[in-house]
Design a protein around this ligand. Structure first.
Ligand SMILES: *Cc1c(COP(=O)(O)O)cnc(C)c1O
Length: 432
């Protein structure tokens, strides 16, 4: 499959180049040249197929032939070595748990898939690729784990000092090997700005191949289609009117859901559930897209003021506002509402949701008020113990720590402190 840049000022490129470059040379996001719906019988007997088989069928048109069939099957199988269960809360609401991977956030799937693709492309290559990534919390850990030990790839993670949870920090600073954590004296936006500047800096790009592991990278974005297929596999016999409520930040996950729908998956509607970072909620009300600086909330992975994948969503709907509105509803919720929802989910259903999932739940409830006939599935995007302080404080209960979390708690943190861009550049050129 070839990909074009959404800025349309760069040449079309292969899957391989799109993965290695991350962003097109004109700074546009890559988008597949065509999307072929899957055959009807794929959906008709989806319940008879394993997760790996479903994932392979879903992604193959976007990857073959640059990664051959057998290799792609192996990559998909290795990526999906954990479960994606649906838990039903009541007759109208279920949750799809996406937190059973090694770092207990949904980003594990995209990071593991991308790491294996880069590993494949690099196996006979003497030129190293450096993955440079800024994180507000979950991306760092997922990328660090996904890329640990991958030959020919070095990973540099920038995170804002003191602004990620203790567990998130442990997950990205304790692995060693080809993973380095840079602790930035600043906020997430400062990390993001430094990463963007590095990609534009010829003093760096002429000396090293830099790529991104954020959801702008097609190899991290597209595997997220799998979740929606897996939900359908489990719910098919129960309901035909499935609506997904997706806690959204950079809108990569929801945009992947829309791609799955383009492939023919029966999805009735999408709900973008947001915290107070509400650019898209406002856009759907006013048709004016007005990016803003992000505000800090308890659902920190969604503190995004200008969602990078929104341009892809507009491409899917041919920039047609009314078409988009038919398919997408968006709500925004405050921290107070989020905490109330966490408590309600716990007391009514004996289920512990993290703040992001709770926002997905709120979106489902709101939509059901006017559309009582549908079945809403909200994505539970992280395990509640990743946000231990907030969750325990709200539900007044101590949580057991899963083994993935326990295993990093007592490891020793190692990070390199940097204060500004020139220190990042020096590090990349001289230390790495
Ligand atoms: C990254 C993340 C999100 C937001 O996902 P996007 O694809 O950026 O919209 C939501 N919840 C959690 C827990 C996350 O880590």
């Amino acid at each position: 499959m070839n990909y074009y840049s959404l800025n349309r000022k760069a040449p079309n490129t292969s899957f391989k180049e799109a993965v290695i470059k991350g962003l097109a040379p004109d700074r546009g996001l890559y988008f597949p040249e065509s999307i072929q719906p899957l055959p009807k019988n794929f959906f008709e007997d989806i319940e008879h197929h394993s997760y790996s088989e479903i994932a392979y069928e879903t992604i193959k048109q976007f990857v073959l032939p640059e990664i051959p069939e057998a290799e792609l099957k192996r990559i998909v199988e290795e990526t999906l070595s954990f479960d994606f269960p649906i838990v039903q809360l009541n007759k109208s609401i279920s949750t799809l748990e996406l937190f059973h991977g090694p770092t207990m956030a949904f980003k594990d799937v995209g990071a593991r898939f991308m790491a294996r693709c880069l590993g494949y492309f690099n196996q006979n290559n003497t030129e190293e690729v450096t993955v440079l990534v800024a994180t507000s919390g979950d991306t760092g850990g997922a990328v660090a784990h996904g890329f640990l030990g991958v030959k020919g790839v070095k990973v540099v993670i920038l995170y804002p000092s003191g602004k990620v949870s203790d567990i998130q920090e442990k997950q990205l600073t304790t692995l060693g090997q080809n993973i380095t954590a840079l602790e930035v004296d600043g906020v997430f936006d400062d990390c993001q700005d430094m990463v963007k500047r590095a990609f534009l800096d010829e003093g760096l790009t002429s000396k090293m191949q830099l790529t991104s592991a954020n959801s702008i990278n097609v190899a991290r974005w597209l595997p997220q289609m799998f979740y929606f297929m897996f939900a359908y596999k489990q719910l098919k016999s129960k309901s035909k009117n499935v609506v997904f409520s997706i806690p959204s930040g950079n809108f990569g996950n929801i945009c992947a859901g829309m791609m799955a729908q383009q492939l023919g998956l029966s999805i009735k509607h999408f709900i973008a559930s947001n915290n107070e970072n509400n650019v898209v909620t406002e856009y759907l009300k006013t048709e004016t897209y007005n990016p803003k600086p992000s505000v800090q909330t308890i659902s920190n992975a969604m503190d995004v003021g200008n969602p990078s994948n929104f341009v892809r969503i507009q491409e899917i709907y041919n920039q047609d506002f009314s078409k988009l509105k038919q398919n997408l509803t968006s709500y925004s919720f405050s921290d107070t509402e989020t905490k109330k929802a966490m408590l309600e989910i716990y007391s009514d259903y004996n289920y512990v949701a993290d703040p992001h999932g709770a926002i997905g739940y709120l979106g489902s409830k709101e939509y059901l008020k006017k559309n009582p006939e549908v079945h809403c599935v909200f994505l539970e995007t992280a395990h509640p113990t990743k946000f231990l302080d907030v969750v325990e404080d709200v539900i007044k209960t101590n949580l057991d720590l899963p083994k993935q979390i326990q295993s990093v708690m007592n490891k020793e943190k190692f990070s390199v402190k940097i204060n500004n861009y020139s220190e990042l550049k020096t590090f990349l050129l001289n230390t790495l």
